[in-house]
Design a protein around this ligand. Structure first.
Ligand code: GDP
Ligand code: MG
Length: 162
């Protein structure tokens, strides 16, 4: 079944994915990137940055009433974070599936957190939870010129676009 270019373009989404300081320190960058890459998603932005605490507070602003908020922001700003934007059909929702449940004890085997993490406070990866947060998080972490736009040669094979 061939999909036309327009239908494919209309379904393309972008999501913000970050490997937190624990994932970077544990040497899991290539393992995590490989899972998104092999699936057929396309990397369109990437950088290694150590966010300030106030930046971490902005990133997690939705959680500011939670008891773990302060510790979470201290942790996110404690070392390098690999910030990325991934593009693909359904990438926002499916990215969350690849990542697994927030608490690694409840994440299914086969997911990133299920396979590679044990406790909720060190669950190695962040992924946007919906289209609005994806847009906000991409804008928070990246300048527009840092996000690339290109056609991958794989796309006709991944999507069956003619
Ligand atoms: P996520 O979207 O799956 O990352 O989960 P949330 O948006 O609910 O929470 C953001 C992050 O806060 C999680 O990834 C955890 O690192 C942390 N977190 C969430 N719940 C807890 C908790 O109960 N205890 C602790 N220590 N950290 C938590
Ligand atoms: Mg979240």
């Amino acid at each position: 079944m061939l999909q036309d270019q327009e239908a494919h373009a209309a379904q393309m989404e972008r999501t913000f994915i970050a490997i937190k300081p624990d994932g970077v320190q544990r040497g899991l960058i290539s393992e995590i990137i490989a899972r998104f890459e092999r699936k057929g998603f396309k990397l369109v932005a990437i950088k290694l940055v150590t966010p300030t605490k106030s930046f971490a507070q902005k990133h997690y602003h939705d959680l500011k009433e939670r008891p773990f908020f302060d510790g979470l922001c201290d942790f996110l700003s404690s070392g390098p974070v690999l910030a990325m934007v991934w593009e693909g059909e359904g990438v926002i929702k499916y990215g969350r599936k690849l990542i697994g449940a927030t608490d690694p004890q409840k994440s299914e085997p086969g997911t990133i957190r299920g396979d590679l993490a044990v406790v909720v406070g060190r669950n190695i990866i962040h992924g946007s939870d919906g289209p609005e947060t994806a847009k906000d998080e991409i804008n928070l972490w990246f300048k527009p010129e840092e996000v690339t736009s290109y056609t991958s040669n794989q796309e006709k094979w991944v999507y069956g676009v003619n």
